[in-house]
Design a binder for this molecule. Structure first.
Ligand code: PHE
Length: 355
């Protein structure tokens, strides 16, 4: 048997037993690698006399292409097998029951922030935001709050440092200062956001949400404030008329200051907003104090305007009949699926899409 016939029969014996790509690769190296059996024969070819060389070269080339064809063919065979094996194991069982899935809900607070923003944007307000961690200066000092004001007390405010320079904002009013320092009048913004106070019972949570409003221009009066709030309350509660009253109050950052009450009554155990003999306090407001404008680089001789602040959680509770504030922040999924909103439902008073 010639050398080439020997190689051929060794190869045939091996290739038949190959089971995977790795084994095939080994055979390829064994025969066609740098020192492989076929490669060796090519070296040997160089040493032959020219009369023998021609015949040997043609035999060698024949066996070379024959073996490499077999390798290629084996490769496709193995690949086919692998694919078939995979298909067998990955079969989709259409008789399996559907996996349970739960759709998320929009939290009432987020829903109400969206509703409020769309109502105010219709009358020209834009939405501004500020950080939860504030400076004492923006939260109190720039807002004309005296050093000895009770709100600055440790019992009411979460301070983040011993020197009291940083705190968790106790209201959204510091964003008035940020917005005015960052731009030029006129200003017409609302600011929804988280606020913090050391307080916790059925109607107070240490973290709650407020909505600030600020409108500063050359001739803004309390009349505008009243008109703006009246419009908002009617739109938010989706009622035609609202009984509303301004009660004199005091905030260091507004002068004059007022608290706003709206009328309500209870009917069949449910609260009806807008009419009735009872009063419900919903927000604080007033004309921005000249000192606040000065602190925010706005000339109080040229510009004036109003600000207001309301509790968003409270508004959500009233509108959607939720009676424990703490449940808002307990992240109980059952509560959320009951009181939450479908993300694809457009609220009736959402202006952006439906009207
Ligand atoms: N910041 C006040 C509060 O938290 C509300 C308010 C805002 C009052 C703006 C007047 C003007 O109670």
């Amino acid at each position: 048997m010639s050398e080439l016939d020997k190689i051929n029969s060794i190869f045939n014996a091996k290739i038949d037993n190959v089971k995977n790509k790795e084994e095939l690769q080994n055979i390829k190296t064994e025969f066609f690698g740098k020192n492989g059996q076929i490669s060796q024969q090519f070296k040997y070819l160089g040493s032959l006399d020219s009369d023998k060389r021609k015949k040997f070269a043609s035999d060698l080339n024949k066996i070379k292409s024959d073996l490499s064809n077999q390798i290629e063919q084996k490769f496709f065979e193995i690949e086919n097998l692998e694919i078939n094996e995979k298909l067998k194991n990955e079969k989709v069982d259409v008789t399996l029951p559907v996996r349970p899935y739960q759709q998320g809900k929009i939290h009432p607070v987020s829903q109400v922030i969206d509703e409020i923003s769309s109502i105010f944007s219709e009358i020209g307000f834009s939405v501004a935001e500020g950080p939860d961690v504030e400076t004492e200066y923006n939260n109190f000092t720039a807002l004309n709050t005296p050093e000895d004001h009770p709100a600055r007390d440790m019992h009411d405010t979460f301070y983040l440092q011993k020197d009291k320079k940083l705190l968790l904002r106790t209201h959204t009013s510091p964003v008035q200062i940020r917005a005015m320092l960052n731009g030029k009048p006129p200003f017409k913004i609302i600011v929804p956001g988280r606020t913090y106070r050391c307080d916790s019972d059925q109607t107070h949570a240490p973290m709650f949400h407020q909505l600030e409003g600020l409108h500063i221009d050359k001739d803004i009066t309390m009349g505008h404030l009243k008109g703006c709030l009246y419009y908002f309350i009617k739109e938010f509660f989706e009622v035609k008329n609202v009984k509303m009253r301004f009660r004199p109050s005091h905030f260091p950052f507004t002068e004059p200051s007022a608290e706003v009450d709206i009328g309500y009554r209870i009917e069949n155990g449910k609260i009806v907003i807008g009419e009735g003999e009872k009063w419900l306090e919903i927000l604080g407001c007033g004309m921005v104090h000249p000192n606040v404008l000065k602190n925010a680089n706005v000339n109080p001789k040229k510009y004036q305007g109003f600000a207001f602040g309301m509790g968003i959680d409270r508004l959500a509770m009233l509108k959607y009949g939720i009676n424990d504030l703490r449940a808002f922040f307990e992240t109980d999924y059952r509560w959320l699926s009951h009181f939450g909103f479908d993300p694809l439902d457009v609220p009736t008073n959402y202006r952006g899409l439906s009207k």
